[in-house]
Write a protein that binds this ligand. Structure first.
Ligand SMILES: NC(=O)c1ccc[n+]([C@@H]2O[C@H](COP(=O)([O-])OP(=O)(O)OC[C@H]3O[C@@H](n4cnc5c(N)ncnc54)[C@H](O)[C@@H]3O)[C@@H](O)[C@H]2O)c1
Length: 232
């Protein structure tokens, strides 16, 4: 397995945990927004393992805020989402994924690999207030599998390289677990199964899709029955 992240300490921790489980691991520090790092990452995978079978470009960030925030008393806009908060989310969650997928797909085709490209969307893809940047990138993750599958189909590659997306609801990663209890309780009140999705349950879904070769071009939600759609 090849793992990549921009944060060296997280990479070291993940590498140590995976080694403990007995896996062969190569970790590569990479900023997914650069062509150079993505190219190096894909080359490193081929060099080490000779093939790429599962691509999971999951790096992603949030920079939440209303597009425009009118003051409740005066009615006048007092705050706006900054261009940098919009752009950074696009750069990492959308451009970064495009670059990782492009570089890995090139190697997969050139090295005659069979496998799956699994993007990560979100229930936010359906539109969440305060996340115009994030929701836009996750909506893009929902359509990319269809585009990529259609392109591979044109070249007779779709039976060898499939592309899908998984779309989680609220997952108990550090980001979500670090929220204050009141915000977390509000989230959980909307989740029929009454708990956060475990990261391992998302990983299990990716593994199941990898094994089931009938699945291609689709988005698979995993949200515990969450009420979907935009809420004010
Ligand atoms: N946690 C959830 O509830 C949830 C729900 C739906 C979708 N997702 C998606 O799952 C993915 C992982 O989210 P998470 O909850 O594990 O968040 P996380 O913050 O724990 O993990 C994101 C990782 O991306 C890395 N990263 C950030 N910028 C990078 C860059 N430029 N280059 C390389 N790595 C970079 C970070 O260092 C971090 O380790 C994201 O794409 C997120 O949008 C999460």
């Amino acid at each position: 397995m090849v793992i990549a992240d921009i944060a060296q300490e997280l990479l070291d921790k993940a590498e140590a945990e995976l080694r403990e489980l007995g896996g062969e691991v190569l970790s590569v520090a990479a900023n997914v927004t650069t062509e150079e790092d993505n190219s190096k990452l894909a080359d490193a995978a081929i060099e080490k393992f000779g093939q790429i079978n599962l691509v999971a470009p999951f790096a992603g960030i949030i920079r939440d805020g209303m597009m425009v925030s009118p003051d409740r008393e005066t009615g006048k806009v007092t705050r706006k989402m900054s261009l940098s908060d919009f752009q950074l989310v696009i750069d990492i969650n959308l451009t970064g994924v495009f670059l990782t997928v492009r570089e890995c797909a090139e190697r997969m085709i050139n090295h005659n690999c069979k496998g799956l490209i699994c993007l990560i969307s979100s229930t936010g893809s359906l539109g969440t207030a305060g996340q115009i940047n994030y929701s836009s990138t996750k909506a893009a993750m929902s359509v990319m599998p269809k585009v990529i599958t259609a392109e591979f189909f044109r070249r007779g590659l779709a039976d060898k390289i499939r592309c899908v997306a998984v779309a989680p609801g609220y997952v108990g990663t550090a980001m979500v677990k670090g929220m204050n209890q009141k915000a977390l309780d509000k989230i959980l009140s909307q989740v029929p199964i009454g708990r956060l999705i475990e990261p391992g349950e998302v990983a299990q879904l990716v593994g199941d899709i990898y094994k089931n070769e009938a699945l291609a071009g689709e988005v698979f939600f995993i949200h515990g029955g969450l009420r979907l759609g935009s809420k004010g």
